[in-house]
Design a protein around this ligand. Structure first.
Ligand SMILES: [Zn+2]
Length: 179
């Protein structure tokens, strides 16, 4: 993703969260898509009474800025993803060659799926596994997410249980059929 003002790039939503990027801003009654990097927030935006970011008076709307379309749902999702911190740490991230190949074939990045996993969007697991994952955030046991690439390949992401040192040691991306 790119900053709407300066065009600076963040490799992933995780990185954007880490760098304090912000998802949107207002000009009058129009809500524009960001994201806006931390420096450009400082330079071009100010916070109004309701806590929303608005374009500073006299500052030009960047050419790359586009208003949100399709209502609030889309914005809320992106907003939630940008401002929500990760729910747990991944430890060392590894991927099997077959998983990497599947991602390459679909043109998707590991980060795309890791971002969802780390924010507690467990993908296509069934209801009882979803609850088990939510519980694992509390008790430290193993976390498993399931996603499907654009080419229809099932990918699992497994984060190990918290070890004796109080940390999750590793997260593995693999094809579901490798398990
Ligand atoms: Zn910027």
């Amino acid at each position: 993703m790119k900053c709407a003002f300066c065009g600076k790039e963040a490799a992933s939503i995780l990185e954007a969260i880490h760098l304090d990027w912000y998802p949107d801003f207002w000009v009058g009654q129009t809500n524009y898509q960001g994201p806006v990097c931390a420096e450009c927030q400082e330079e071009h935006l100010s916070e109004d009474e309701s806590g929303e970011y608005v374009l500073k008076e006299g500052h030009a709307l960047p050419p790359a800025a586009t208003p949100w379309v399709g209502g609030g749902g889309q914005l809320c999702e992106v907003k939630a993803r940008l401002v929500m911190p990760p729910k747990f740490s991944l430890g060392q991230v590894v991927a099997t060659p077959a998983a990497l190949q599947a991602l390459e074939e679909s043109g998707q990045t590991p980060e795309f799926f890791l971002d969802q996993h780390v924010q507690g969007n467990w993908g296509q697991v069934d209801a009882s596994d979803w609850r088990a994952n939510d519980q694992a955030l509390v008790d430290g046991s193993r976390l498993l997410s399931a996603y499907t690439t654009l080419r229809g390949v099932k990918i699992w992401i497994i984060t190990e249980a918290v070890g004796d040192d109080g940390r999750r040691a590793a997260t593995t991306l693999l094809r579901a059929d490798e398990y």
